[in-house]
Ligand binder design. Structure first.
Ligand code: ATP
Length: 328
């Protein structure tokens, strides 16, 4: 028999992403709309194990939709990987009469949620919150659009200095396993080359291509490199290799780093997070569990958490083709 849900808990876990606050707000407001109580759990699973739980009402989450980061803080928890840790977490949920959990995070957070749900037959719903957009089962994750726009804005600025000095810039953007930010910010900022983990361009092809651009009259160039790209050992090694082999180029490196995680979420991320938060609460009210909310073709969908974790979100080959054509 399905358990009646009266109180929902929400937490943010893993790396933070802009729009997590909008998602928290949406879960709390939707809970209130459906006459449910709700609590926020600080510092992800770490806070759950320590009972760092606070009652949140619809009014408590006002004026947070526009804020970057997460008001509930985020953390990684080794203790939650242990049976003892998860027992403590369950005891606190039980003590606070929380009947279901919405976990906003990435793959790792979803794995933790699934293990916990199985052990205690506890209802969980995942919302994909990560700037990398690397989660299967959704076209977009919460935070990706904002990070992408931050990257484009900065790369535009680097372009100004690159063209003033006739330089070749290697710009590293985030994405250890996925090239979504690199590919799309690269196209958006008109980069000459884009290097992503999904495609190994090879050093020789990169040299050839840069040499070709120089001969075609380009005096400055931008290469956007995803953190996890395999063409070189890292962006600095890549830049040195190119400088040694193409001495005509004055080469510089810029690593964008954590600025890509911060800042006010874009309107797209705010709306996406709001829609996903509402869907999460409605799924729980429907007696559903172990699902992730996604958006496919602008429709809210849900998929098994297990599938979301197991499968990989693939780069659209049509976008890759566009990037190739643009770098002619
Ligand atoms: P990001 O994509 O930003 O790294 P993430 O959600 O994948 O986000 P992780 O650090 O991989 O972040 O996972 C977050 C937390 O989920 C871990 O610190 C741990 O507490 C929990 N977790 C991950 N895997 C497991 C597991 N197998 N069993 C129990 N808990 C887990």
């Amino acid at each position: 028999m399905k358990k009646l849900i009266k109180k929902i808990g929400v937490l943010t876990s893993g790396g933070d992403a802009p729009g997590m606050n909008a998602a928290i707000r949406a879960v709390i407001r939707a809970a209130s709309y459906y006459k449910l109580e709700s609590v926020g759990i600080y510092r992800g699973y770490e806070g759950l194990i320590e009972g760092d739980i606070i009652t949140l009402t619809a009014r408590d989450v006002h004026h947070i939709i526009q804020k970057g980061g997460t008001i509930l803080k985020s953390a990684r928890s080794d203790e939650f990987r242990t049976i003892e840790g998860r027992k403590k977490a369950y005891d606190y949920l039980d003590k606070n009469e929380v009947d279901a959990l919405v976990v906003i995070g990435g793959d790792g957070s979803f794995t933790g949620a699934m293990v916990f749900s199985k052990e205690y037959n506890f209802p969980v719903i995942g919302l994909p919150g990560t700037i990398d957009n690397d989660i299967y089962g959704t076209d977009f994750t919460i935070g990706y659009d904002t990070a992408l726009n931050t990257a484009v804005e900065v790369i535009d600025k680097i372009r100004d200095t690159a063209s003033s000095h006739n330089r070749l810039f290697f710009v590293e953007v985030m994405g250890r396993d996925a090239g979504f930010i690199a590919l799309n910010s690269g196209i958006g900022a008109g980069a000459e080359e884009i290097l992503i983990p999904e495609e190994d361009m090879g050093l020789d092809r990169l040299l050839l291509s840069l040499e070709k651009s120089r001969r075609s009259g380009k005096t400055s160039s931008l290469v956007v490199v995803a953190e996890g790209d395999k063409t070189g050992e890292n962006v600095f090694q890549l830049a040195s290799y190119v400088e040694e082999n193409l001495p005509q180029y004055d080469v510089r490196v810029s690593v964008l780093g954590h600025m890509q995680r911060g800042g006010a979420p874009s309107c797209f991320d705010r709306v996406l997070a709001s829609r996903m938060g509402v869907k999460a609460v409605e799924l729980l009210l429907d007696g559903k569990s172990n699902l992730m909310v996604g958006m496919i073709n602008n429709e809210m969908v849900d998929i098994d958490l297990e599938l979301a974790v197991k499968e990989h979100h693939k780069i659209n080959p049509e976008i890759l083709r566009v990037s190739e054509i643009m770098s002619v």
